[in-house]
Design a protein around this ligand. Sequence first.
Ligand code: ATP
Length: 264
Amino acid sequence: MQHSATVSNSNNAPIMEIAGLNLWYEDTHALKDVSFDLYPSEILAFVGPSGCGKSTALKVLNRMHDHTPGVRITGSVQMQGTDIHDPDIDPPLHRRRFGWVAQKPNPFPTTIWHNVSYGPRIHGLMQTKADMAAHVEDCLRRAHLWDEVKDILHKAKGNDLSGGQQQRLCIARALSTQPEVLLMDEPTGSIDPIATAKIEELLTGLRVDHSIIIITHSMMEARRIADRVAFFHLGALKEIGPVTQIFDHATSPEARRFFAGESG
Ligand SMILES: Nc1ncnc2c1ncn2[C@@H]1O[C@H](COP(=O)(O)OP(=O)(O)OP(=O)(O)O)[C@@H](O)[C@H]1O
């Protein structure tokens, strides 16, 4: 699969603006003065050595740290002009603007139908059964899973599927609440190369309607699907820019060493 489109950021207002973000877990300073923008219809890849803060930076965006003891955050995270930590923000409503996909596929141990219809049902997003059926089909189609499961929607359980199918089901579930941003923590990290190729292909389709941040340990994957790359090192965002600029013309010694395979 070839992905050549590049987002023209200069024409778009960012959907998120992160400025001077610091995060501590008790005494561990996990994010250090991190600033970046996220644009509509882009895939931004977070890369860097283990423990450099990639997952932490992802979790801040949808306020996943709200209930983690000992977490302290400073700096500003704005979504379409509003600070996400503003007291007027309702955290569950804020989280609904994001879809989350974890490294290990984690479908509910219930039917495929239930996996995709649960979120829209509890949020009251669909008015009729026909609307729900059309929505479930649409989410499964966008996750490139519909043809494989359309006859077993109410029979098979999520965990009856193969690992790659389970991950595509989790993507359909993430899409089901109509998020604006998809946050993906190594979504291809635990599946085989053919299943990975299917997910990479569907992600490039999803970026038309969503901003996507993907954490990946595969620089090849970042090259294949990302528009921009953010390189983290010891909690700091050292480099961010278009894929070729970062991979081929990194300016920081840490990034150069990492991309040359000498660290991480
Ligand atoms: N819940 C937590 N409590 C305390 N420290 C944490 C917690 N989560 C992460 N950390 C620490 O914060 C730092 C950043 O971790 P984080 O998981 O964000 O890195 P990462 O780049 O995503 O790593 P990996 O690539 O290994 O998943 C590490 O030092 C980690 O040990």
